[in-house]
Design a binder for this molecule. Sequence first.
Ligand code: NCD
Length: 305
Amino acid sequence: MRHLMSPLDFSTGELDRLFSLAEDIEQHPEKYAHACEGKKLATCFYEPSTRTRLSFEAAMLNLGGKVLGFSDANSSSAAKGESVSDTIRVISCFADICAMRHPKEGAPMVAASLSSIPVINAGDGGHQHPTQTLTDLLTIRAIKGRLDNFTIGLCGDLKFGRTVHSLINALVRYENINFVFISPDELTIPEYIIETLRERNIPFREIRKLEEVMPELDILYMTRVQKERFFNEEDYVRLKDYYILNKEKMQLAKDDMIVLHPLPRVNEISVEVDDDPRAVYFRQVQYGVYVRMALLLTLLEIEVA
Ligand code: NCD
């Protein structure tokens, strides 16, 4: 039995197969419409989410399966003091697979170690968010046609943004990726990630001004300042509008650059950018459903002929 805790749990070959499956699902959804009949997905969300939870639910429903779960720690027995370990043992009796989001780093890993069903980490604190990374990689592969040889700018809250940490983690395995980290001084990328890049001799730069680097980028990954991980409101208020991608800045970019965002967006991308064909963040949401469908099939070991 396999779980998904980090994007590195799959080799690049396995990821390739997963993305090809997701692309086949996109092209022939009817082939997969009954693949998970009789199967149940539990979504255990101890932290707010719209996209990730509903994306998982849509994925299972598209496959003909059913879903159950909770979307708020207060409406689960966690409010009574139940541990994640006990909850997962109980959930294992109700469902065939579980997607878990938790504010504590490592909680889904603890759950996985005691679970008799596959557990998917749907985001653990500021740590990892592997299914968002699968979504990001599939989007890049589908639109750019490759997962190597590009310059990617990651902009915004690089300190607390788990989607950023997960994506870098996954991208270091591909050839010739050049990273540009764009953040205020207070929200720079964690040192452990910088060390990984140094160890592997992967080129990266840390800068403050987005305009400076726009013309070089093949991909711009914008992120929200992670309000819920700040210790004081004042710092959040000071930093929340540090970057705002607008039409003017988009004019500096290449014609085939693409803008990704894991969403939710707050102010960091002005709505005027939404009509730009290079803004692909809403398409990215759709790819998220296909890749989660492919992931559910893979972890449940269901093959569709
Ligand atoms: C992200 C998350 O939860 O980390 N959202 C998502 O799952 N699409 C990004 C965010 O909340 O900013």
